[in-house]
Design a protein around this ligand. Structure first.
Ligand SMILES: [Zn+2]
Length: 314
């Protein structure tokens, strides 16, 4: 199937009615989408709308009792406190649709070479519990789906969100076909880290130069392992110096260079890339949407330059 423009995955269910003062920036998804529409990067021809992830697919990474208790609104007060979210039917729909969105993004990436999800990266969710705004782990579900059902032998999750992908590491710890790599703030949440296949902890205040050097070393290390057939890339915007929770010092330019470098590394090795926007925090949701747009713009440019003329699958 030909994809003349970067495939973008988005659902109008992502931003649900929500207290605008709540710590979780719920409106950022819709704002990001509208920003991309205004710029002409998202349009009827390239936006794909995901379906909710089926229960048996969620079960590739989560226990059935946990899945069912969340869907029925039966999580305890304590569990909801760890999640930091307010339960509602629309929250359930947005949550399972966002996992479906990352699955669709992986499928599109395998067809087109590159695709971008305007949500995803809920990497703090463990098999039987949620944490830090993450109910289900879309990265782990998608990676396991690809090896169980799409015949892939090796999937790499490169998690450049500023927080460690602890849930992903825990869920996929015994899955040799899925390689987890997390570049994150050493002294940021989660304070109890898990062991990814490759962890790259960075000090607070890391700037563009320090970050890009660490990324370069990481990519060189990834070259030492067998190459994956799919890269799931979490391009979290919370490494940005203006992020409320990130404690890093990357500029717009640094974020753009990070994303471009990851895409170029994969392209050179013929690895399709499924991007998710990951975390990003700001009381001003519009500015936050602007920071997430950096990833989509970089991906869009990269796609136009390298993929739009070719059928990647052939
Ligand atoms: Zn984060």
């Amino acid at each position: 199937m030909k994809h003349p423009d970067l495939p973008i995955v988005y659902s109008p269910h992502y931003s649900i009615p929500w207290d605008p003062k709540h710590r979780f920036p719920m409106s950022k998804y819709q704002r990001l989408y509208e920003l991309l529409v205004a710029e002409g990067l998202a349009h009827r021809g390239n936006v794909k709308v995901p379906s909710p992830c089926p229960r048996d697919t969620l079960a590739l990474a989560h226990s059935l009792p946990y899945i069912d208790r969340f869907q029925r609104g039966e999580l305890t007060e304590r569990e909801l406190k760890h999640l930091g979210l307010v339960w509602s039917e629309p929250l359930v729909r947005r949550t399972v649709t966002a996992v479906g969105g990352t699955l669709l993004t992986c499928r599109l990436a395998l067809e087109a070479g590159l695709a971008c999800h305007l949500a995803g990266g809920t990497h703090h969710a463990f098999s039987n519990r949620g944490n830090g705004f993450c109910v289900f782990n879309d990265l782990a579900v998608a990676a396991r789906y690809c090896v169980e059902h799409l015949g892939l032998n090796r999937v790499l999750i490169l998690d450049c969100d500023v927080h460690q992908g602890d849930g992903t590491a825990a869920i996929l710890g015994n899955e040799p076909r899925c390689f987890t790599c997390s570049i994150h703030g050493a002294r940021n949440y989660p304070f109890e880290k898990q062991r990814s296949d490759l962890d790259v902890p960075l000090p607070c205040g890391t700037d563009d130069t320090g970050y890009l050097a660490a990324l370069e070393q990481t990519l060189a290390q990834l070259d030492q392992s067998p190459l994956p057939e799919l890269l799931i890339y979490d391009g979290g915007s919370d490494v940005h110096q203006e992020d409320r929770l990130g404690r890093m010092n990357l500029t717009d330019r640094g974020v753009i260079q990070r994303d471009h470098r990851v895409l170029a590394w994969a392209r050179k090795r013929g690895i399709p890339v499924a991007c998710v926007i990951g975390g990003g925090y700001d009381h001003d949701h519009q500015r936050l949407a602007e920071r997430h747009a950096l990833l989509v713009r970089t991906t869009h440019r990269f796609y136009r330059d390298y993929f739009s003329q070719s059928d990647f699958a052939n």
